[in-house]
Design a protein around this ligand. Sequence first.
Ligand SMILES: NC(=O)c1ccc[n+]([C@@H]2O[C@H](COP(=O)([O-])OP(=O)(O)OC[C@H]3O[C@@H](n4cnc5c(N)ncnc54)[C@H](O)[C@@H]3O)[C@@H](O)[C@H]2O)c1
Ligand SMILES: O=C/C=C/C=C(\O)C(=O)O
Length: 489
Amino acid sequence: MTQSARWIRNFVDGEFAEPDGPGFPAIDPATGAEFARVHEAGRELVHRAVTGARAALHDGWADTPVGERTALLRRAADRIEARFEEFVAAEVADTGKPVTQARELDVARAVANFRTFADVIAAAGQESFVTDLPGGARALNYAVRKPLGVVAVIVPWNLPLLLLTWKVAPALGCGNAVVVKPSDQTPSTATLLAEVLAEAGLPAGAYNVVHGFGADSAGQFLTEHPGIDGVTFTGSTATGTQVMRTVAPRVRPVSFELGGKNAAIVFEDADLEETLAGLTRSVFANTGQVCLCTERVYVQRAVFDDLAAGLVERARELRLGDPLAEGTTTGPLISQEHRRKVLDYLALAEQAGAKTLTGGGIPELGPQLDGGSWLEPTLWTGLTNKDRPVREEIFGPVAALIPFDTEDEAIALANDTEYGLASSIWTEDLRRGHRVAQAMHVGMSWVNTWFLRDLRSPFGGMGLSGIGREGGASSLHFYTEPTNVCVRL
Ligand SMILES: NC(=O)c1ccc[n+]([C@@H]2O[C@H](COP(=O)([O-])OP(=O)(O)OC[C@H]3O[C@@H](n4cnc5c(N)ncnc54)[C@H](O)[C@@H]3O)[C@@H](O)[C@H]2O)c1
Ligand SMILES: O=C/C=C/C=C(\O)C(=O)O
């Protein structure tokens, strides 16, 4: 594979650093072709990023009036809109996802993230209390919130720009400086965002991007740096525990959005067409590479066969192909390595006695695409909660369909996991919908829908799915430190 001429660079202390090594390849997952080289940040460049971020705080960014910070967030949203198609092209190049999804979800949400947090931060008040004391005296308690400081922002490859801006918008809006470590597999949009934030007027050093890997690379150098005041991380549970170990000696606050093994529960009274449309999204969106995706579908026995047949039909209607073609609905997995992991789970399912209703293999898409990491959307029956493909996160276009009889049995099956991120409940009996949704041991539970988001609501998971919540006021609480002042009146 010939080495590319184009570089994807680190952005440190307000400027793009000159590459000083061979870098690593940026690969298009749709074709397997290298399209650029990425400059890997070493320990020294990460150190410069962290110290530059600290300097930006002290040079005035932390004390910038709220109105100026929220105005900057709005300018950032406007600049992303102005360069919308550049962000779409960059995201598609990195991920191979269909251009329609990149437009409608990934880049659209980046704009929404900046605008939502401009609104939330502009409207945010402070907590205060008038305290009654014996004898009629009083005291005033009020909390002032100050920026956390220099925040390490570490994000994965599945929704690169959406997840990055979900963190960077509130972090900057609260007066922090950030050092971003995008996934080595998706470096492009975090780098383009550096240009856009500079255009919006963000001071040098407030937003930095360091490219590289995890252990013994930029990710580790960043999290172990003493100048980091907190870490917001989205990624696998395994990596989250490693990050937690790294920052534990300095007791740094962490906000973790980790893996999931999400369940859907379909009751016999569910609206079949609505449920099939919802499950087709929740199982196969982004080729199953969304932390919220459904990999376990529990179906009340009376409608099991109809639901299974309908979902097989929808899966077979998905169009895998050129990400830039308007009719494409489904892209490749992120890499050959990830495809091997998902294929291993397909083999485990077969060994466990699964019946593959559809998919189960590698599609033939022609010479242009056969170098990509493509996989057929796959549905199984015949598995139980004891089988590894039903217990472990696969993070691909796959789901196990499992029958149940009673509501209590469905709740027990869905909650039989160490994860706790999301669920969806499908029923026309809304009292049951509320009841079962609340009974789920998850951070987010949807009823007759999926991935419908109000960005002011708390987002995150419990158990192996994470620590803390982000979204609306939850983000402000993570990205600021309150000082409570008590004045005897
Ligand atoms: N809960 C959520 O909101 C959410 C969202 C997206 C992805 N995920 C999870 O992420 C996983 C897939 O994404 P991924 O493969 O990029 O995850 P990953 O954990 O391998 O990597 C995530 C990020 O952490 C970095 N990293 C890896 N090791 C590190 C270390 N030792 N120190 C510091 N940084 C390190 C990676 O370079 C990447 O930028 C899946 O498990 C998925 O469930 C969760
Ligand atoms: O893959 C994980 C998706 C996370 C989504 C969000 O963080 C969000 O919708 O704000």
